[in-house]
Ligand binder design. Structure first.
Ligand code: BTN
Length: 236
C-alpha cells in the first residue's frame, strides 16, 4: 500500500480520479490532491478541501473477498494510530468519522467499483483537516490539527504514516477481520449500553445502543429492537 503515490496540485475529487482510472492502476495506489474543487463526503455532501489539508484516496484491488467496510475500518484505525504518533488522541464517531473534542477532524468515504455487476475495486478516500482553516460557519462542528496543537505539519509525512499503518493492518488483519472490528469498537465514542440520539429519515430519535455490529447498529427504541445501518448519530 502506498508504493505508488500520485501527487497532484488540484483535482475535482481524488475518489473520482480513481473511479476513472482504476483499470490502469495497481492495488495500493494512492492519489493526493493539494486541493479539491468537488470534494465529496458521505450522503453526497460537499467536502471542503482547501490548500493545507490532506485529501487523498487509495485504490484497493483485494484478491480475497474482503468487505469494503473492512477497508474503511482499517483506514479509520490507521488515521487514529498516525495521530497517536503525533500525540493527538482522536476517537471514531460511528461509523468512521474521526473526532476530537467533539469536533470532526477527518472523514472517510469508501466506494465500490463494479464492472458488469462484479465488484472490481474499492476506493477509500480520506480527508484530514491538517493546516487548513475551518470556515466560521463550521467552527462548532469541525477542527484542524493546527487548531489542536498550534503546529504546522507536513502533509506528506502524515500521508506516509497513514499508508504505513494501512499496509501493516491489512497484512495483520485480512485473515482475521474481526480483530480490526474489535479495535475499531475500542476507539469508538459510542459504547454498547449507552443511550444515543440520532437522525434517521430526517427525524431525531433516541434509543439504547444494544450492539455495535459489523456494518450496523442494534438499537432499542420504545422497547423494540431495531437494526439500522444508515443513521447519523448526534452525540459526540
Ligand atoms: C465524510 O466524512 O463524509 C467523508 C469525507 C471524505 C473526504 C475525502 S477527501 C479525499 C477523498 N475525495 C473526496 O472527494 N472525498 C474523500
Amino acid at each position: 500500500i502506498g508504493e505508488k503515490i500520485i501527487w497532484t496540485a488540484i483535482l475535482p475529487s481524488t475518489n473520482d480520479f480513481l473511479k476513472e482510472n482504476w483499470r490502469t492502476l495497481s492495488h495500493g495506489t494512492a492519489v493526493v490532491a493539494e486541493m479539491q474543487t468537488n470534494g465529496r463526503g458521505r450522503y453526497n455532501r460537499n467536502w471542503l478541501s482547501p490548500q493545507g489539508g490532506l485529501w487523498f484516496s487509495i485504490l484497493f484491488k483485494p484478491r480475497k473477498s474482503l468487505r469494503p467496510a473492512f477497508f474503511t475500518k482499517v483506514c479509520s484505525l490507521s488515521v487514529i494510530k498516525a495521530l497517536q504518533a503525533l500525540k493527538v488522541e482522536a476517537r471514531i464517531k460511528w461509523p468512521n468519522d474521526i473526532y476530537i473534542n467533539g469536533k470532526k477532524l477527518a472523514g472517510i468515504l469508501t466506494e465500490s467499483v463494479f464492472d458488469e455487476n462484479i465488484p472490481k475495486a474499492i476506493i477509500t478516500g480520506i480527508g484530514i483537516n491538517v493546516n487548513n482553516n475551518i470556515p466560521q460557519e463550521l467552527s462548532n462542528k469541525a477542527i484542524s490539527l493546527y487548531q489542536i496543537t498550534g503546529q504546522i505539519y507536513d502533509p506528506k509525512i502524515i500521508l506516509k504514516m497513514i499508508l504505513r499503518q494501512i499496509d501493516g493492518m491489512i497484512r495483520r488483519y485480512s485473515k482475521k477481520p474481526e480483530i480490526a472490528t474489535r479495535l475499531w469498537k475500542k476507539y469508538m465514542i459510542q459504547k454498547e449500553g449507552q443511550v444515543i440520539s440520532f437522525i434517521k429519515s430526517n427525524i431525531i430519535q433516541s434509543g439504547k445502543l444494544l450492539k455495535i455490529l459489523e456494518e450496523s447498529l442494534l438499537i432499542e427504541i420504545d422497547g423494540k429492537k431495531i437494526e439500522i445501518s444508515s443513521l447519523e448519530i448526534l452525540d459526540v
